[in-house]
Structure formats: structure tokens, C-alpha cells
Design a protein around this ligand. Structure first.
Ligand SMILES: C[S@@+](CC[C@H](N)C(=O)[O-])C[C@H]1O[C@@H](n2cnc3c(N)ncnc32)[C@H](O)[C@@H]1O
Length: 202
């Protein structure tokens, strides 16, 4: 596993990300990988002292995976779902021990059940939620809360001012969210949101 990323790795990631974005702008959803600052802020939302695995949706080139791995005691506690085969191959190569699943986040329940993975304590989403269709978005929220216990937390970043989970979807799913911070050192700057089932305090 890479301890320190040499410059050429960062540059290669940026170039592959941009070329994927040019081909599939809605699915990739960002012109550059998340910065280390954003990845750290996301990983800091995870309670690593609680039992259970952390699922990352849309691993991309692994910015967030790296930050999660730095905090986990066992790499097998990190599960990454990525739909793009070339990115999956890169994640597997870079992060031995991390469970990388090639598949669609819309099928999260099935993917985890087939791999015998659980329980899940947190779902960290690197998906461009707001550029996906409303149906896909709702399905991903549903699937994420279906795989987590009562105290599950869904972490999402967004480049906008509004909640990345639409209020109608949050109401339907019985979840509440709050913005937990901003990260200015990212292209573009991003806000961090955490969602939980409504009856819990956040
Ligand atoms: C904005 S990029 C984020 C990548 C990385 N997490 C980061 O922060 O740099 C979104 C990633 O989600 C993946 N993706 C998009 N839709 C997906 C889906 N339905 N299931 C799994 N992965 C998906 C894309 O292939 C891409 O790698």
C-alpha cells in the first residue's frame, strides 16, 4: 500500500479522473479527486471505536479510502463499492486488505449479502448524489439505511449549499441530516453532511 503518494501518482489520478469525467460527467460528478483535507474531514465523521464495517460508495481513485484506512485497525473493516472497472482494479492494487467490490451502489444490500459482509456502522458516500437521477438517489439512501443498524450514519459531501439528500427523500426514509463542516481546500470547496435515523440525537 502507498504510504506517501509520490507526485506522479497524484498527477496520474487527476488526469484519469478528468478523462473519466469528460466521458461520464454525471456518474463521475467531479473534475478532480477529493483533496486530502476533504478525505480527512470525512473519515473524522466515522466512529472507528464502534463495531462494524465502514462502507464507502464510489471509491474513485481512493482519496477517501486512504483516509479511512489510516484510521481503521483492520483494513478488512473498509468495504469499497465502485462501478467503474478500471477504478476498481486500481483500488484493489493500491489497498491490499480493503474489500473492494465491483458493483453498483444501487444494489448495496445484495452486494454485501453476497460477500457475507456486515454489520455496517457507517456508509460514507463519495457519489455525486445530486447529479444522479432522483430515483437512483432515493434508492441509494434506502439501500444505505437498510444495511445499517439503528445507529447507522450516512456521510455525504456536496459542492452546493443545500442538503445533498433531498428533503422529500429524508422524510420518506425517516432520517435527519445536518451540515457538519466545510472544507475550503478542495476543488471545488465542499460541505459535509451526516444523516441518521430521526429518533436519534445528532
Ligand atoms: C465524485 S467521484 C468520487 C471519487 C472518490 N470517492 C473521491 O472522493 O475522490 C464518484 C465515484 O463514484 C462512482 N460511482 C458513480 N455512480 C456509482 C454507483 N451507482 N455505484 C458505484 N459507484 C458509482 C464513480 O465511478 C466515481 O468513481
Amino acid at each position: 500500500m502507498e504510504a506517501v503518494r509520490p507526485f506522479y501518482v497524484t498527477a496520474l489520478d487527476a488526469v484519469s479522473f478528468l478523462s473519466l469525467w469528460l466521458r461520464k460527467p454525471r456518474s463521475i460528478g467531479a473534475v478532480a479527486p477529493s483533496s486530502d483535507r476533504l478525505a480527512d474531514a470525512i473519515a473524522n465523521q466515522v466512529a472507528f471505536d464502534r463495531p462494524g464495517v465502514v462502507v464507502e460508495l464510489g471509491g474513485g481513485t481512493g482519496s477517501i479510502t486512504r483516509a479511512l484506512l489510516a484510521r481503521a485497525t483492520d483494513p478488512a473493516d473498509i468495504v469499497v463499492i465502485e462501478r467503474e472497472p478500471s477504478l476498481c482494479a486500481r483500488l484493489l492494487d493500491r489497498f491490499p486488505g480493503v474489500r473492494v467490490i465491483s458493483g453498483d451502489a444501487r444494489d448495496l444490500r445484495k452486494l454485501l449479502a453476497e460477500a457475507g459482509i456486515g454489520p455496517v456502522k457507517t456508509v460514507v458516500s463519495g457519489l455525486p448524489l445530486l447529479s444522479l437521477s432522483r430515483v437512483t438517489c432515493r434508492r441509494i439512501i434506502e439501500e444505505s439505511f437498510a444495511v445499517m443498524g439503528e445507529e447507522g450514519v450516512f456521510v455525504q459531501f456536496t459542492y452546493g449549499l443545500q442538503s445533498p439528500v433531498r428533503s422529500s427523500h429524508a422524510r420518506r426514509e425517516g432520517i435527519v441530516g445536518r451540515r457538519t463542516g466545510w472544507v475550503m481546500r478542495n476543488l471545488p470547496p465542499a460541505a459535509l453532511w451526516c444523516y441518521r435515523r430521526a429518533r436519534q440525537d445528532i
